[in-house]
Design a protein around this ligand. Structure first.
Ligand SMILES: [Zn+2]
Length: 92
């Protein structure tokens, strides 16, 4: 049974990461999180589209980021979905 499950998990490489253009279309910002000091910020995608192109994958943006607080380049990035930004719907 275990082997069967692993086969299915290998499909994950077919999932396309969200691109800067997709964020811009939906008026979403990029949420950046510093892995060293925990500093976080939300950036608009437009200036990054100018720099890196509209098809640049959002999860790879961290490579080009630098924390404005501690200057490390160990920064994680993902779309700033409203559901993850403090407006999570509560159950009951
Ligand atoms: Zn930092």
């Amino acid at each position: 049974m275990g082997a069967f499950k692993e086969k299915h998990l290998k499909k994950s490489d077919q999932i396309k990461p969200v691109t800067l253009a997709q964020l811009d279309e939906q008026s979403l910002y990029i949420f950046c999180w510093c892995n060293r000091c925990g500093h976080n910020a939300e950036l608009p995608p437009a200036p990054l589209i100018d720099r890196l192109g509209p098809l640049f994958p959002v999860p790879e943006l961290g490579v080009h980021m630098r924390c404005s607080h501690c200057s490390t380049q160990d920064v994680a990035t993902r779309p700033a979905w409203p559901a993850y930004g403090g407006q999570i719907a509560r159950h009951g």
